[in-house]
Structure formats: C-alpha cells, structure tokens
Design a binder for this molecule. Structure first.
Ligand code: GUN
Length: 282
C-alpha cells in the first residue's frame, strides 16, 4: 500500500487565493491588514521563517513591518515595543518569533500582546478560549494540521487521534482542536511508557517532537492519516520530518511530506489570522 500525499503547498495556495480576496474587500473599506513581526537575535532558522512571512504578506497585499532587534535587547525593551504596537491602529497582528534569547521570558512577552492582535494564538486568553471552545485566534500550525486532516475527506468524529509531543505551540493546542472535532485524543510525550502501542492504534497521528525520522512505518496503523509537523535539518543539509517518510508512506493511508506539508500551511494560517483580526474592526 502506498499513502496518498496531503499536499500542503497546494492546499495553502488555494487558501491564499481566498485570503487575497478578503484583503481586497478590506481595502475597499480603507483597511490594509498589517502584521508586525519581532525577531530578537540572529537565529538562522528564525531569520528564514521571518523572511518567508514577509514574502507571504507582500504576495497577499498585507502590510508587514518587521523589527529585527539585536540579541542583547532587554525584555523591557521588547515589551515596550509590543505596547506601542498594541496601540498602533495600522497593526492588526503582532508575532514575536520564538525562540527568544535566554534572558527574555517568552511567557511574559506573549502575555504583553493584546489578545485581539495575538495572531500566533499563544496568549493565555486565546489558549483559554480555545480550550473552552470559544471563538479565538487559533495557533497557526495546529490549525493548519486540522485543515489538512479534513482535506483527506475522513470524518474526524469518533476517530482515535494520537498526538506525539506536548508543546504549547503544537502538541497541546492540536490535541484540543482534535477533541473539539470529537476525536478520542491521546497525547504522548517523552515519559509515555509504550509509545508504539499508542501510535499503532491511531487513526490520526500528529507528530511534533523535533526528532528526525522518529516515527517509523511499523509504529503506524495501516491506512492512518499521518501529519508530520517536524522540520529537521540533517547533517547532509537535507530536511527531514519527525516521521520516517520512506517506511511510513508504505503503511499510512495519507501522509504529509517534509518539505511541502505542514510548513506552507503555518504561514498561510498566520496570514488568515491577520486578516481575521483586521476584519473584526469592520
Ligand atoms: N517559532 C517556531 N514556530 C513558531 C510559531 O509558531 N510562532 C512563533 N512566534 N515562533 C515560532
């Protein structure tokens, strides 16, 4: 058996067209959606992500304003910048690129963002609303995962979903979203006693652990939907997901590739959230 590929690039492309239309409609009302990205330090991966965000904004007609701050910038300076952006009527979305340098506490910084501009969906208010099933700005990568699962045509309701990884950015929110879709959800992590037993029972498997090729084909239920959130740089310079694509694609029913899977969806969901935040002003 050979899995169908869930093509993130294609799905993201279709979504971007719809986002473009929404941006045009806002412009008719004299609103240009604006996104501010704050990057502290010179982490190479973060620099690439931020450039990609700027490019996506440009393509869709969203105004982007990036603040590239030196590594030594103090936490207070970052927070003061956020306070200014919270008040700026031309900015509808604020994103602080993670990871931050050690002397800056990401929890304190994220809490400084006005929840209505928190396009990353990481502020406790948005996270709290997500858990309660209320309307909120949803974290981008998990939201992208749910859209990709739905695109397979399977009904999530009643399925056994297993999430490997419990980060605040992916594992926790995606498990809540799957629960919201009426899946029966298990969250696995580094202390899980028998990981393979859990993953082999999954109709839907979402993997976000940051370890290249961690999930092998023999850990997957035949026919399962496999969503690979990992983007790992190998010693040979190539990218690999958290799932061993070669063995997994022989067992799974559907699988996301790396690159070209979850990655393009994440930025698209950020654009979606920025437009949504701007539309709420109408
Ligand atoms: N760094 C890696 N992923 C993310 C994300 O989803 N949001 C932010 N702000 N930084 C990240």
């Amino acid at each position: 058996m050979s899995a169908d590929i869930i093509d993130g690039k294609e799905i993201a492309g279709e979504m971007r067209q719809k986002i473009k239309d929404r941006v045009m409609n806002l412009k008719k009302k004299n609103i240009v959606p604006g996104l501010s990205v704050i990057l502290v330090g010179d982490d190479p991966a973060s620099q690439v992500y931020v450039r990609n965000k700027e490019k996506a904004c440009k393509d869709l007609g969203i105004k982007s304003k990036t603040f590239r701050l030196p590594r030594e910038t103090s936490q207070a300076e970052v927070i003061n910048l956020i306070k200014d952006l919270n008040k700026d009527p031309e900015i509808h979305g604020i994103l602080v690129q993670l990871p931050l340098p050690d002397h800056v506490d990401p929890d304190v910084v994220i809490e400084a963002i006005d929840p209505s501009k928190d396009v990353d969906g990481l502020h406790p208010v948005n996270m709290g609303r997500l858990i309660r099933g209320q309307q909120c700005l949803m974290p981008c990568t998990p939201h992208g995962c749910i859209i990709m699962i739905k695109r397979t045509g399977i009904d999530i309701k009643g399925k056994k979903a297993v999430v490997v990884g419990r980060s605040n950015i992916v594992g926790k929110p995606v498990s809540i979203m799957l629960l919201q879709e009426n899946a029966t959800v298990t969250v696995c992590h580094s202390k899980t006693v028998d990981l393979e037993k859990e993953t082999r029972e999954a109709d839907i498997l979402v993997v976000a652990v940051g370890k290249p090729k961690f999930i092998k084909g023999d850990m997957i239920k035949p026919g399962a939907v496999v969503i690979d959130v990992g983007i790992n740089r190998l010693d040979n310079g190539k990218l690999a997901g958290d799932v061993d694509f070669e063995s997994a694609s022989k067992v799974a029913g559907w699988i996301t590739p790396v690159p070209g899977g979850v990655g393009p969806m994440t930025i698209t969901m950020l654009m979606h959230n920025t437009v949504e935040a701007a539309e709420r002003l109408c």
